[in-house]
Design a protein around this ligand. Structure first.
Ligand SMILES: Nc1ncnc2c1ncn2[C@@H]1O[C@H](COP(=O)(O)OP(=O)(O)OP(=O)(O)O)[C@@H](O)[C@H]1O
Ligand SMILES: [Mg+2]
Length: 250
């Protein structure tokens, strides 16, 4: 599905002071495209992503999904929240099965997907534990597989791998890439990791602390799967790091 952010504005009022977080933001994400959002803490990445997800409304402007206005969350979109947002009263298994039950996926199919997702995220044997019994990285992996369980057409991810350890992070980057390619998912991912942005994305967007303005929209023109060893890969990282450093000087 094609995702269009059309002139989105968002202002929050904190202690009687207006804080304009997003001003006239425009962004097009093509069907099956993978776009990353980079930018300093507080520049409005989560705000923009949650507006795309339909979890909050923009003050002005709109988000369109295949030309249809996004008004609320929908089954075609899966969202991975920055703070995992698991149901604390449900076990890992119940957390992952929940959206599939909501969408009336058949029992055998549910169990089959659950097994393969647990396997993918190395969570086998943990399925009967509760979120508070897991580490941060484990909880994050549960949030990922819960989002993938219903074969979404659009995947919105807020730092989905931020708490995951180095090795698992690289494995999951590959797995996510595979799933994204196979299912032609339209993906938007917030990350603070320049390497991750270059590895995963077709395009990287850099937002500034100044009302979320888009400072750069960089196409990553490298073959997939990406080879971290080549100089062009490093060049993209260097370029993005430079742009990001500038954000802090503003
Ligand atoms: N519900 C809210 N009410 C008031 N202010 C908010 C609300 N949500 C976000 N903000 C403010 O909007 C700004 C942008 O927040 P947002 O969470 O979008 O940043 P971010 O780019 O995701 O940052 P980080 O990288 O730290 O996650 C911040 O200054 C934050 O305090
Ligand atoms: Mg955020």
């Amino acid at each position: 599905m094609r995702l269009v952010v059309d002139n989105v504005n968002k202002t929050f009022i904190n202690n009687n002071t207006e804080h304009k977080v997003l001003e006239n933001i425009n962004l097009n994400v093509g069907k099956g495209e993978f776009v990353s959002l980079l930018g300093p803490s507080g520049c409005g990445k989560t705000t923009l992503l949650t507006i795309m997800g339909g979890f909050q409304k923009s003050d002005k402007g709109s988000v369109l999904l295949d030309d249809k206005k996004v008004e609320k969350p929908g089954v075609e979109r899966a969202f991975i929240f920055q703070n995992y947002a698991l149901f604390p009263w449900k076990t890992i298994k119940e957390n992952v099965l929940f959206p599939m039950k909501q969408q009336k996926v058949q029992k055998e199919e549910r169990e089959r997907r659950l097994e393969s997702l647990l396997e993918m995220c190395d969570l086998k044997g943990k399925e009967n534990m509760y979120p508070h019994q897991l580490s941060g990285g484990m909880k994050q992996r549960v949030a990922i597989i819960r989002a993938l369980a219903c074969d979404p057409q659009v995947l919105l991810m807020d730092e989905p791998l931020g708490a995951v350890d180095f090795k698992m992070r690289q494995n999951l980057q590959e797995e996510l890439e595979n799933i994204w390619t196979k299912n032609k998912i339209t993906a938007v991912m917030v990350t603070h990791d320049v390497d991750e942005a270059v590895y995963m994305s077709d395009r990287v967007i850099v937002m500034s602390r100044n009302k979320g303005q888009i400072l750069e929209d960089l196409k990553i023109d490298l073959q997939r799967p990406r080879n971290r060893e080549i100089s062009e890969y490093e060049d993209y990282k260097t370029r993005l790091t430079k742009i990001l450093s500038k954000c802090y000087e503003e």
